[in-house]
Design a protein around this ligand. Structure first.
Ligand code: PMP
Length: 388
């Protein structure tokens, strides 16, 4: 399609025609039987997508930050110790939210941008205080660093600590097995790998997280996010009965249910594998044209996005050239290196053609910006991975 541009930022992303059609359906009453069914089914599907059969799902209007806020305010009380495994911008944000609700926050941080604190370092810190919760960003969108959630979940289980995972840039793209890996709260927003235009905060809480909430000795310091308001509503819709606390985002929920259905039709394991393949192909292309990435090693790099450094002599002014060639990309976000890198999202419905088109647009932009590289080397490298 002439002038068509791919939206290859780390959210919002490209959405399927079926999801966009659902957005345009006539808005029903939030107590209409067809909406009650849709909301009930979306809640059931959330458990399957988060791989948390015993969890309590929440679907609430808001963005990812709202989901972080909801997690923090419901299970943390003033004076609780919280450990933040810090990988960048969004880990800082989660720490600030925890502090806002009165937590005493300790950060364990890698010394190098693009690295992760080791499990041993985290466990050593756990031994120093009576931690109630551990917070980690699964994929830090500012650095494309992916944390070892399975390992951290295991540590939390061993030490009886609540594990809270910001999966905004991971859920439904990156492998995350909430129940098996011992994650107590996994949260996301709908505009990334979930595949729905922005506006929904999504969260699944383990029985332990719900029990922690029910055993609070202080009231929740946030009226809108209080699970005392939302839990009966979610339970009611799942039992196919309407309930009200705040008006649900009806059209977004239509779209969410369609998208969750598409995700489950693909199958979670197939979906994780496709994200790995798209990421491998894209990263191979960046290596082939000489661009280094922020994550210090491949095992710490996300599959949902890539964060390459600009090469010598190129800066952010290349991004409009790449957009003109057909792919809209994002600039840097991590304050210390903001001007030195860019970010490319490849999640959700992304396919091989999108990857090749994006690599082609990047080669075109870099060539126009005067960067010297072997033209076509990135495309060839991506294609070799895709054809394996
Ligand atoms: N956490 C992560 C890892 C994110 O990528 C984002 C959004 N980019 C957020 C939290 C915040 O989500 P939102 O912008 O939807 O509030």
């Amino acid at each position: 399609m002439k002038n068509r541009k791919l939206l290859m930022i780390p959210g919002p992303i490209e959405f399927t025609p079926e999801v966009m059609r659902a957005m345009g359906m006539p808005t029903a009453s939030h107590v209409a039987p067809n909406f009650v069914d849709c909301m009930g089914q979306a809640l059931e599907r959330m458990r399957e997508v988060f791989l948390c059969p015993g969890g309590q799902p929440f679907i609430v209007a808001g963005s990812g930050t709202m989901a972080m806020d909801m997690a923090a305010c419901n299970v943390i009380e003033p004076g609780d110790n919280v450990l933040v495994v810090n990988t960048g911008y969004f880990s800082d944000r989660f720490g600030a939210i925890m502090e806002r609700y009165g937590a005493r926050v300790t950060y364990v941080k890698a010394t190098t941008i693009g690295d992760m604190p080791s499990l041993d370092e985290v466990e050593a810190e756990i031994g120093k205080a009576d931690y109630k919760g551990l917070v980690v960003t699964h994929v830090d969108t500012s650095t494309a660093v992916r944390a070892d959630i399975k390992g951290l979940g295991g540590l939390c289980r061993k030490h009886g600590i609540l594990s809270i995972v910001d999966g905004v840039c991971s859920v439904a793209g990156e492998e995350l097995r909430q129940e098996e890996w011992g994650v107590d709260i996994a949260l996301t927003a709908c505009q990334k790998a979930i595949g729905v235009p922005p506006g929904l905060a999504l969260l699944v809480a383990s029985p332990k997280a719900i029990e922690t909430f029910k055993n609070r000795s202080t009231p929740v310091g946030n009226y809108y996010s209080d699970w005392a308001n939302w839990l009966p509503v979610m339970e009611s819709y799942e039992a196919r009965k309407a309930a009200y606390f705040g008006t649900p985002a009806v059209n977004l929920v239509w779209a969410l249910n369609v998208s969750l259905g598409q995700i489950l039709a693909e199958g979670m394991d197939n979906r994780f594998a496709r994200h790995r393949l798209m990421s491998d192909a894209f990263k191979a292309a960046m290596n082939a044209i000489g661009l280094k990435q922020i994550p210090v090693s491949a095992d710490k790099a996300a599959n949902t996005l890539t964060a390459p450094y600009f090469p010598e002599g190129v800066n952010g002014s290349v991004l409009p050239l790449i957009a003109k060639a057909g792919a809209i990309l994002a600039g840097g976000l991590h304050a210390e290196i903001k001007e030195k890198y860019f970010r490319v999202g490849h999640m959700g419905v992304v396919n091989a053609s999108d990857i090749l088109a994006t690599v082609g647009a990047i080669e075109s932009g870099f060539a126009k910006a005067g960067y010297k590289f072997e033209h076509g080397a990135g495309l060839a490298a991506a294609q070799i991975v895709l054809l394996k």
